[in-house]
Design a protein around this ligand. Structure first.
Ligand code: KE4
Length: 427
């Protein structure tokens, strides 16, 4: 029995399913979760001493690779001064200022400790600002695990086959309208019949694999929200600083009213944030009547790591161009190997994120199409790649992520691993 399996069994004695977040349990692909010892650059080292090329990257947070020396040094220096005071620190203002500079739609921003907290707070703010209760989200989009948003959601809920979680009161479910992603006519249909506070959307849907907005979808949401006085929330917890230094809102040139953030702005440490138009954000306590709070919000350690990461990202004007080149090198290489073995596969890419779909379709634009893909084939592919030392997301409903530390050798190694995997699949 491997060390990893021993640790997994041990974990199950004390932690539900042996994990602190369901998608890690490998239920989406079968087999046992892998326990990692360390990470460096684009590589992870398992507790059994096996090296993997990492395409999970802590679900997108580690865009500069693991153990970035500058970030670690900055965090160490902050640690020496104490781990947190429950009072304001300068570093919180510096990170807030950096976020507002890089995402001009954000005039005021509040730090929280997770993406869930960010979206939950943004929804409450939109409801308080508009005095309306209903919200619109999209099938397969995941915005964290707050009650209002665990309806037809993606990521781990989809992986576990429970996209609408048990335990969410009927009264809450009735206030959430979930529509087909990329379907603007459904949005207008809903707005005509319902009094809606906000629309929350992943501008690139990274929680039902990686589904891109079709031309006009995001622009259509903006127009519809303007026409009906609805708050438009871009959930950029994953896409923020992943696809462009200004996030998906800059990548697609569509300006939301509120934005939620996470992952990269904490440099891999616990973090979340929500921000946007001053006139809306001023409704948040202590300025306004919408309450929101957090003991460890703005903790100096996460702030330090996040600011260090954003400083590196914003210093290189070619960062995202180079990242996109790597992403497309990877996916086109994998696709060309698949084609040699007659295996139907297509990819969606944006900046440093990607999705591979085992499908004959030449476009996947919504959850119905994602669910028609060959999930069983993906599971086999996942384990064949794992054996070759490639760590991909353990679910057909997750996106993949590239870091600036993935070398040409890593990409070539991955493509060769895919070649071996496709050869085995064709046997
Ligand atoms: P957290 O509460 O997990 O920090 O963030 C929730 C969240 C909100 N919005 C978007 C767009 C997200 O992608 C997430 C979390 N992403 C998943 C990965 N698909 C986290 C992985 C996990 O649940 O373990």
């Amino acid at each position: 029995m491997s060390q990893s399996d021993i640790l997994f069994n041990q974990a199950k004695k004390y932690i539900p399913g042996g994990v602190n977040s369901p998608v890690r349990a490998f239920n989406g692909v079968g087999g046992n979760s892998i326990f990692f010892e360390s990470g460096k650059g684009a590589h992870l080292l398992s507790v059994d001493g096996k090296k993997y090329i990492d395409y999970v990257t802590s679900w997108g947070a580690m865009i500069l690779g693991h153990s970035n020396p500058y970030i670690i040094d900055q965090v160490k220096a902050t640690l020496e001064k104490g781990l947190g005071f429950g009072s304001p620190t300068k570093i919180e203002t510096l990170l807030a200022e950096k976020i507002c500079e890089l995402m001009p739609s954000i005039e005021l921003v509040r730090m929280v400790n997770s993406g869930t907290e960010a979206t939950m707070s943004a929804i409450r703010l939109a409801r308080g600002y508009t005095n309306k209760d209903k919200i619109i989200k999209f099938d397969g989009c995941y915005h964290g695990h707050s009650d209002s948003l665990l309806i037809k959601s993606g990521s781990g809920t989809l992986t576990s086959g429970i996209p609408t979680s048990k335990g969410v009161p009927k009264a809450i479910i009735e206030n959430t309208i979930s529509l087909e992603y990329n379907n603007i006519s459904q949005v207008y249909q809903a707005l005509k019949n319902e009094d809606v506070a906000c629309i929350i959307v992943e501008p690139i849907a990274g929680n039902m694999n990686c589904v891109l907005p079709i031309d006009g979808f995001l622009q259509g949401l903006r127009k519809a929200c303007d026409e009906y006085g609805v708050v438009l929330i871009f959930d950029e917890v994953m896409t923020g600083f992943r696809v462009d230094i200004g996030g998906a809102q800059t990548y697609y040139q569509v300006k939301p009213d509120l934005t939620t953030l996470g992952k990269i702005i904490g440099g891999g440490l616990p973090v979340g944030a929500f921000g946007g138009k001053r006139e809306i954000m001023e409704f948040i306590a202590p300025m306004g009547p919408v309450y929101q709070a957090g003991t460890l919000s703005g903790n100096p350690i996460s702030m330090t790591a996040g600011l260090a990461m954003l400083n590196i990202l914003s210093a290189d004007n070619n960062f995202y161009k180079n990242l996109s080149i790597k992403t497309n090198q990877l996916t086109s290489g994998i696709i060309s190997q698949a084609n040699k073995y007659g295996i139907d596969i297509m990819a969606n890419t944006a900046g440093g994120m990607f999705g591979l779909f085992f499908t004959e379709l030449d476009q996947v634009t919504n959850l119905n199409q994602v669910e028609k893909c060959d999930i069983e084939l993906f599971k086999k592919f996942f384990h064949l790649m794992l054996k070759e030392g490639i760590y991909m997301a353990p679910s057909a409903y997750e996106a993949g992520f590239i870091t600036s530390m993935h070398s040409d050798e890593d990409i070539d190694f991955t493509i060769n691993a895919a070649k071996a995997a496709f050869a085995s699949l064709k046997k």
